[in-house]
Design a binder for this molecule. Structure first.
Ligand code: ARG
Length: 254
């Protein structure tokens, strides 16, 4: 082989390796240090839902504002709720906002911001089901979102009431199963349930006494974004920006 060709090839290889180096040094999932990838499960109005091709909601507005305050643009990835934590761990996403509760179990895998919104779990059913209190769940089939704290909650009640716990990836699928009579009830967060209670006139709900820590932003373990976003979140709590977003998205569901 001619010497100059070898030299050229070596130079080419070095350049390719250097390019590789830059992209792997870049810790953002987008591969661009000014853009953050937010993963969510857009089946959860008013937190996040699809409006045509767009994903809109409280979490989207909040994440956009927090990203902007820290000099980032935002790219949104929709996926099943049960995939969100692993999306962070495999660098497919930088942040998760999905009405996600900061549980001890999840804290072993990802870091969380401070809580930005509180929640309570409701049991939703058809009025005709006669399910008015926890004890009425005896021998019933209860639907929950796969990978959610509501699934843990239902599993906790399972022995006591001989429940059949069924999971689905999307809240809307759980609602369909109730309408079709295949599920007797579902455990759903209050603000999300409220939307369905308004739409489905033959639905009813009551609250469970379980604890639900509310929603927080999830980050990769040891991400330096956590402290930055917490600082901006506090700023938004103090200056009324967060309240404004809460009014915008939750006003008619109180
Ligand atoms: N807060 C519950 C949890 O963290 C449910 C959240 C479901 N979110 C969603 N976007 N579907 O497990």
């Amino acid at each position: 082989m001619k010497k100059w060709l070898l030299l050229l090839m070596t130079a080419g290889l070095a350049a390719a390796l250097a390019a590789c180096g830059t992209s792997s040094n870049n810790s953002n999932a987008s591969g661009d240090d000014k853009t953050l990838v937010m993963a969510t499960s857009a089946d959860y109005p008013p937190f996040e839902s699809k409006d045509g091709d767009k994903i809109v909601g409280f979490d989207v507005d909040l994440a956009t504002a927090l990203a902007k305050k820290n000099g980032y643009k935002l790219e949104i990835q929709d996926m099943d709720f049960a995939s969100l934590v692993s999306a962070l761990k495999t660098n497919k996403a930088d942040i998760v906002l999905a009405g996600m509760t900061p549980t001890e179990k999840r804290k072993k895998q990802v870091d969380f911001s401070d809580v930005y919104y509180n929640a309570k779990n409701l049991v939703v059913s058809k009025k005709s089901s006669g399910i008015k209190a926890e004890k009425d769940l005896k021998d019933k089939t209860v639907g929950v979102q796969l990978g959610s704290i509501q699934q843990d909650e239902a599993n906790g009640l399972q022995k006591k009431y001989n429940l059949t716990v069924e999971d689905r990836n999307k809240i809307s699928d759980i609602i369909q199963e109730i309408k079709a009579g295949r599920f007797d009830a579902a455990i759903i967060e209050d603000k999300v349930a409220a939307g369905y209670l308004k739409k489905e006139k033959d639905f009813q709900a009551f609250g469970l006494n379980s604890s639900n820590e509310g929603s927080a932003i999830a980050f990769k373990k040891n991400s330096d974004l956590t402290a930055k976003f917490n600082k901006s979140l506090k700023e938004m709590k103090d200056n009324g920006e967060l309240d404004k977003l809460i009014k915008k998205w939750f006003a008619d569901e109180k």
